[in-house]
Design a protein around this ligand. Structure first.
Ligand SMILES: N[C@@H](CCC(=O)N[C@@H](CS)C(=O)NCC(=O)O)C(=O)O
Length: 273
């Protein structure tokens, strides 16, 4: 019997929590949310998360939703895992502000990129009163919104990358290098080939960058430039060689390089969308 049950869909935001649980070495059960059947909108699931979004982590303190809330709760409940500064750490303030930024700005913008139609209902588009035009007008408006969001997302990543260049412990603990390692393969003092340990911020941003590279499938995604964010690129490369990430990739069918060379999930059960 484990304390935790992760309600997940492959390659959804639940992946961040799976990575955290794996990194922390915590046992957990999983419950698949069948996205093809829209199970996240069922009454049973909304009893766990009234917003109908994935993930939820069931805990002895009750179900928790919101990715960042779950991460912070886990970090505080399991401080020895060392994935996030403890409340008395001088590094806590900086880590907290970036965690909230990733959650309420980057992730929130990402949702607009993926689901623009949830933000521009047809009736809100100016041309909607013209017969037969509403759908086309809404599509045009969604595309414009997505273009604007892409620019913002790249700016967010570059800003976070600059912060990590100045403070490497934002992304990785136990690595004394002040700057990105040009050759992470030289860091082999742990079993998985990377020194130290990723932080919760790394797990979160790595998943979001993966999704930016893959979705939406019908839009240009070449704007995501790993070369523009060298600290993040190094962290992603290190992360995907860790046991925690390999195990998550196996469980969700994410392929051999899920963060630096993402391919669409091919899970044994469930679906990403
Ligand atoms: N703010 C939420 C966002 C979670 C979210 O966007 N989940 C997506 C999957 S990655 C979802 O449930 N999408 C289904 C939907 O919007 O109906 C969090 O951080 O947990």
């Amino acid at each position: 019997m484990t304390d935790y049950c992760l309600h997940y869909a492959p390659d959804n935001a639940s992946l961040v929590i799976r990575l955290a649980l794996n990194e922390m070495g915590l046992p957990y059960r999983t419950a698949l949310v069948d996205r093809r059947a829209g199970a996240q909108h069922s009454a049973a699931y909304r009893a766990l998360n009234p917003a109908g979004l994935i993930p939820v982590l069931e805990t002895p303190d009750g179900p928790i939703f919101e990715t960042a809330a779950i991460l912070l709760w886990l970090a505080d409940r399991h401080p020895a895992a060392g994935l996030f500064p403890t409340p008395d750490s001088p590094q806590r303030a900086t880590a907290l502000k970036w965690l909230f930024h990733l959650s309420n700005t980057v992730h929130a913008d990402l949702r607009i990129l993926f689901y623009p139609d949830k933000y521009i209902p047809t009736e809100a588009v100016p041309a909607a009163h013209i017969p037969n035009a509403p759908e086309e007008a809404a599509i045009t408006a969604c595309a414009a919104l997505q273009d604007g969001i892409k620019t913002r997302l790249m700016q967010h990543l570059e800003r976070f990358d600059q912060a990590a260049a100045a403070e490497p412990s934002l992304l990785w603990h136990g690595n004394s290098d002040a700057n990105p390692d040009p050759n992470p393969d030289t860091k082999t003092n742990t079993a998985d080939g990377s020194a130290g340990q990723p932080t919760l911020l790394t797990l979160y941003v790595a998943c979001m960058m993966r999704w930016m590279a893959l979705y939406p499938t019908d839009r240009d995604r070449s704007w995501l430039d790993l070369g523009a964010t060298p600290c993040l690129a190094t962290a992603l490369s290190r992360l995907e060689r860790r046991d925690s990430a390999i195990s998550a990739a196996d469980a969700e069918g994410l392929g051999p390089a899920p963060f630096t060379q993402p391919c669409y999930a091919n899970p044994s059960e469930g679906s990403a969308t």
